[in-house]
Design a protein around this ligand. Structure first.
Ligand code: 3HC
Length: 305
């Protein structure tokens, strides 16, 4: 028999999830909605600040379902069923009967607090409010709510469909039933979950930020991008650090870095060059040249000079 993950409460306390809400319709939110509908096979409703974003989000999820069907992973029936389960709504009353709502909005504490505060006006007091925050405090996010005991950190990794790990975070008020529900949902999602402390950037991003920060610092100090990025090849990483930066999104990485700098200024520096890179709207260090090879984007190199 599979062992209960360390720190997980008795699974008998878990509540059934019959409808999921996703706040945000960006790329991360879309990946989450796709995973939930594929694994839980329950209605999933997504929302965002305008109808255009919502339509784009639903379009992305439907497109990904079509891609799975084209790979032969879904029958035509299952394809239609899954697509019909995903809807978008600008009106949050569509979340009224959701048992599990996860937010994946911009990485800003006050915004996430506002989103949860508004949701409390619609969902039942037991509905789980989960956050996919990369680095922010779960306890602070829940601090102004009427029912802070249902807030749980649910931190996925990119690409969500592929990477098995899920960091589950207990806030200072999270109760056993909410945590048990989180573990039960994680199991249905076929993720391998670990319970981590509510500390800045939890565990994985704490390590990753330091790791990325040192690569950037090496470049700041004059090591060329390609040399710094390829230096770790012998370790057999699935992708180089600066390609991973592109996958995560430099703006997200920068937010996590700021959280870590605020918490541990002696260990996490701020690279002004990276800030300029994010401000310039750059999303990648590497680009393809005319022969299809990978070269460092000269505009990025110029930003560092
Ligand atoms: N989105 C969705 N699916 C993707 C994908 C993407 N961006 N990239 C690859 N995949 C899928 C492919 O479709 C394929 O699926 P299939 O087997 O079902 O057809 C599968 O992944 C394997 O892809 P490939 O064979 O093309 O490529 P690789 O074997 O090179 O694997 C990878 C790609 C899984 C992305 C691998 O390079 C990897 O694990 N990289 C490290 C990723 C990582 O460390 N992520 C953590 C980032 S930290 C984070 O997200 C936290 C946040 O808070 C910042």
């Amino acid at each position: 028999r599979a062992k209960r993950p360390a720190g997980a409460p008795d699974k008998k306390l878990a509540r059934e999830v019959k409808k999921v809400g996703v706040v945000g319709a960006g790329l991360m939110a879309g990946q989450l909605a796709l995973l939930f509908v594929r694994r839980l096979k329950v209605p999933v409703v997504i929302t965002d600040i305008d109808q255009e974003r919502i339509d784009k989000g639903v379009g992305y999820i439907h497109g990904e379902i079509d891609k799975l069907a084209a790979k032969g992973r879904l029958s035509p029936d299952a394809t239609n069923r899954l697509k019909a389960l995903v809807t978008g709504s600008l009106d949050k009353s569509a979340f009224g009967d959701a048992d599990f709502v996860i937010e994946a909005v911009f990485e800003e504490l006050s915004l996430k607090q506002k989103v949860f505060g508004e949701l409390e006006g619609y969902v039942s007091p037991e509905a789980i409010l989960a956050t996919n925050t990369s680095s922010l405090s779960i306890s602070e996010m829940a601090s102004q709510l009427k029912n802070p005991e249902r807030v749980v950190g649910f931190h996925f990794f990119n690409p969500v469909a592929v990477l098995p790990l899920l960091e589950i975070v207990r806030g200072d008020k999270t109760d056993d039933a909410s945590l048990a529900t989180a573990f039960s949902v994680s199991k249905q999602l076929k993720k391998s979950s670990v319970l981590v402390k509510d500390a800045p950037a939890f565990v994985v991003n704490r390590l990753l930020t330091r790791f990325m920060g040192e690569i950037i610092a090496a470049v700041d100090e004059g090591t060329p991008f390609d040399v710094a990025d390829r230096a770790l090849t012998p370790l057999g990483l699935p992708m180089s650090p600066l390609v991973l930066l592109q996958l995560v999104g430099p703006a997200v990485a920068q937010h996590v870095n700021e959280t870590m700098h605020a918490a541990y200024p002696d260990r996490f520096g701020i690279s002004e060059n990276l800030q300029r890179f994010v401000k310039a709207g750059k999303t990648a260090v590497w680009q393809q040249d005319e022969q299809g090879g990978q070269v460092v984007d000269p505009e990025v190199v110029a930003l560092w000079e």
